[in-house]
Design a protein around this ligand. Structure first.
Ligand code: AMP
Length: 595
């Protein structure tokens, strides 16, 4: 009985409640779902973690980026900085007329002239042209550059011009003439980089005479009309000199039966009425300084409706003297496309940028590195104490026979030296911006005619002026800007002759200036005086920067002893800009130094 009972209890213990199949299935399904849900939630959780991991903080990101970036070398950094500086300098001032800018007028094709080189030269292969350029040390840039021509006859100038050239002793063209003349005669825009005394005046004067002749023959100019061509110069002296060269070629043309061409010298310091009278008769060629030209145009005494040829001579000087806005205003007076030519012995990047928009497919013709000194000049540099300079100058004057040019930075020194030399019995004259036009003209004419032995001058006389056969240039002080030094010593050693330049230096010069001088002397293979050799030269470490940027030395002024960020010229110009803005604030201004 007992066993029976036990069995019953055991049976009761094992009892499992009956669950209908449908319900069991539902329970299983729920369990599966629950399991799935858990793993999904787990996966979601994991996903979230991953996301958090994939979104690092900005700091982490920045450091990651830094790690990922390739190491930028010091040279590349400097190159980048310089690039930004140049872009900043050039973006505000480009040369374009406001009218053309406003109307969106751009010219894409160069002007065509009827001129062509002789067939034999046209048939010259590119290789043959390159060989000539190499032989004459001519570097060209640009599309479809006109072939170089090695003699004036093949340039197809009329006989009276060829005769005049011969009479002046100009038999063989110089390198800038070999390449520059064909380029301009064919109508192309051009940037000409040539050291002073290289014969560049003829490169823009002769084609302009041809343009004026051609236009005059086709449609003679009427009273009040003209000019066909315009040359803008930075100084009155340079304008006068260019004007005189034009006159020399116009006369024999007229004598040989060619039409009369009337040039006009349009400069300040001269009665405007006489200039207006020439315009009234009809003028073919105008040589001008920017101020007077702007005046005549603004007063509607003259127009540029027929003008199709523009030259900016000493373009770097024009920009340095602050004539950019004046030139831009002159541009507004052009009614149609013109052939634009830019000339300078030095051509820093900023000038090329300034002119970029004004030129149509320009050809750059470079004879000698822009900014390099003329290799025909023996450059001597001497350390002379400030107080000993004036006495030593007298000794220096004995080095060569006259004529000798003496340059100083400021007007007071010019006057002091002039007086001292006169007292010592030296036949000397002086020019600087403080003297009136008549005095300046007398001094230059007397010196040019060899009636006076020594000309003492500020930089106003240093650029572009052609004093034949100067034996010796003395820099009474070293100019702060190396470009001025190049222009000054370029007064001697012209057209293949050898000249001497003596430069006094002392503690008054900045190290940057002296370093520029040292590099220039090195480049021209001249003797380096110990005082320059001893200078600590930071440029020794910057070959890598040059490699990165492709620019040797300073991209702004062309000096080889520094980079653009240490440029004394840029510094000077900035401080001048600040001074000018102050001047405007006080309501005065308009003073333009030496001009
Ligand atoms: P420029 O560089 O234009 O100021 O010229 C300097 C001097 O060189 C001037 O007196 C010119 O008459 C002279 N000249 C120009 N071209 C030649 C040439 N092809 N051969 C000799 N002298 C020249």
């Amino acid at each position: 009985m007992a066993d029976h009972l036990n069995m019953e209890i055991e049976e009761e213990d094992d009892y499992v409640e009956y669950v209908p199949v449908a319900k069991r299935r539902a329970i299983e399904a729920q369990k599966i779902l629950q399991r799935k849900g858990k793993s999904e939630a787990f996966e979601e959780e994991e996903e979230k973690i991953k996301l958090v991991e994939a979104k690092p903080s900005l700091l982490v990101k920045a450091s990651q980026l830094k790690k990922e970036q390739p190491e930028i070398s010091h040279a590349e950094q400097v190159f980048q900085q310089e690039k930004e500086m140049i872009e900043h300098l050039s973006d505000k001032k480009t040369l374009m007329s406001v009218r053309e800018l406003a109307k969106g007028i751009t010219y894409t094709e160069p002007l065509r002239t009827g001129w062509k080189p002789p067939l034999a030269i046209r048939r010259n292969s590119k290789k043959a042209c390159d060989a000539i350029r190499k032989q004459w040390h001519i570097i060209v840039e640009g599309d479809d550059v006109t072939p170089p021509i090695k003699n004036f006859k093949d340039m197809r100038f009329p006989e009276p011009i060829l005769k005049k050239l011969r009479a002046k002793g100009i038999i063989q063209p110089t390198p800038i003439q070999v390449q520059g003349l064909p380029v301009i005669l064919s109508g192309r825009d051009m940037i000409g980089i040539a050291f002073t005394g290289s014969g560049k005046t003829l490169v823009f004067v002769l084609p302009l005479i041809m343009v004026a002749l051609q236009e005059e023959i086709m449609l003679p100019i009427a009273p009040g009309e003209g000019p066909f061509g315009l040359i803008i110069c930075p100084s009155r002296e340079l304008a006068r000199q260019t004007y005189e060269v034009i006159e020399q070629f116009i006369e024999p043309l007229m004598e040989s039966g060619y039409p009369e061409l009337r040039p006009l010298l349009c400069i300040g310091g001269v009665d405007m009425k006489s200039q207006v009278d020439v315009v009234k008769r009809g003028v073919h060629i105008v040589v001008a300084t920017p101020g007077r030209l702007k005046d005549l145009l603004a007063k509607k005494k003259m127009n540029l409706d027929n003008c199709r040829y523009l030259t900016l001579d000493e373009a770097d000087r024009l920009v340095d003297l602050g004539f950019e806005d004046d030139i831009r205003e002159v541009f507004d007076h052009f009614k149609a496309q013109r052939q634009t030519l830019l000339f300078s012995a030095t051509m820093p990047t900023k000038i090329q940028n300034f002119a970029r928009n004004a030129l149509v497919k320009p050809v750059i013709v470079n004879v000698g590195r822009a900014g390099a000194a003329n290799l025909d000049v023996i450059q001597e540099v001497e350390y002379v104490k400030q107080e000993a300079k004036i006495v030593y100058l007298l000794e220096c004057l004995q080095k060569t026979p006259p004529p000798v040019l003496v340059f100083c930075e400021n007007k007071a020194d010019v006057d002091d030296i002039h007086e001292y030399l006169l007292l010592k019995g030296v036949e000397a004259v002086a020019v600087h911006g403080g003297k009136d036009q008549e005095e300046r003209e007398y001094a230059i004419a007397a010196f040019k005619a060899c009636k006076k032995d020594v000309l003492v001058a500020t930089d106003v006389a240093s650029k572009g002026l052609d004093f034949p056969d100067i034996q010796h240039v003395i820099n009474y002080d070293m100019p702060a800007e190396i470009e001025n030094y190049v222009h000054r010593i370029g007064r001697t050693g012209r057209c293949g002759k050898t000249g001497i330049a003596t430069t006094f230096i002392n503690k008054n010069q900045s190290e940057t200036t002296l370093l520029d001088l040292k590099h220039l002397l090195q480049e021209a293979k001249q003797r380096i005086p110990p005082v320059l050799a001893e200078l600590n030269d930071p440029m020794d470490d910057v070959d890598a920067i040059t490699d990165a940027s492709g620019v040797k030395g300073c991209a702004y002024c062309g000096g080889l002893g520094h980079r653009i960020r240490d440029c004394p010229k840029l510094d000077h110009q900035r401080s001048q800009q600040i001074a000018n803005s102050r001047r405007d604030y006080f309501g005065s201004g308009g003073y333009r130094g030496e001009i």
